[in-house]
Structure formats: structure tokens, C-alpha cells
Design a binder for this molecule. Structure first.
Ligand SMILES: [Zn+2]
Ligand SMILES: [Zn+2]
Length: 111
């Protein structure tokens, strides 16, 4: 048989085969990427109800509900909360402080 110029790629999720461009489209439509959960607003409400955390999928008795995130309304446990908050609102100030400085070192040439 003749070799096809278009190489087919297998979708890892459903096993179907597609051309490179079609696979990308297929994945987007059929298997939307989870992507990182990022909070848009820090405003969260405590939820005293046993339900799975949207980040770690474990059940917890105490969660926080955030209505503004990249995934709509989410419930986050106290374990995931600090991680997601750090990711959503990176402390840029601290980074800038670490990068500045270094100009204090005076170069003294000793003979
Ligand atoms: Zn698929
Ligand atoms: Zn969690």
C-alpha cells in the first residue's frame, strides 16, 4: 500500500486517530483540558458541608466556595486553598525585591 503523507495521531483519551490539526481540534472539543484552577476573586465563603474539593477531589467537611474562578464556582479544601491562592495571586512584590540589590557591593581592588 502507498504510504500516507499525513501522519495520524492517536487521541490518548478516546483512542481515535486524527491528523495533527484535527487532533488538536478534537481534543479541544471532546476533551477540554482541565487547565489550572485560578481564582479571579479572593472572595470566598466557608462551606460546612461534606463534598469533594474541586482541586484534589478528596472529600472534606469544610471547604471554601469561590464563585469567581477560571472554572466558575468551585469548592476548595483548606489544604488546596493556600496553594491556589498563591498561584492565583502571585506575590510580585517579593519577587521584585529579590531581584533588585546587588549594586551595593563595591569593587575594591587590592594590590
Ligand atoms: Zn478523543
Ligand atoms: Zn483539596
Amino acid at each position: 500500500m502507498s504510504t500516507k503523507p499525513n501522519k495520524l495521531f492517536t487521541c490518548e483519551v478516546c483512542g481515535e486517530k486524527f491528523g495533527r490539526n484535527k487532533l488538536k481540534k478534537h481534543r479541544k472539543e471532546k476533551h477540554p483540558q482541565p487547565g489550572p484552577l485560578i481564582l479571579i476573586s479572593k472572595r470566598g465563603a466557608r462551606v460546612n458541608e461534606r463534598m469533594p474539593c474541586d482541586a484534589c477531589k478528596n472529600h472534606h467537611n469544610l471547604l471554601w466556595r469561590y464563585s469567581e474562578s477560571t472554572k466558575g464556582t468551585v469548592h476548595i479544601c483548606s489544604v488546596c486553598k493556600p496553594k491556589i491562592i498563591n498561584r492565583s495571586f502571585p506575590k510580585l512584590d517579593a519577587l521584585n525585591f529579590a531581584q533588585t540589590g546587588g549594586g551595593f557591593e563595591s569593587k575594591r581592588s587590592k594590590h
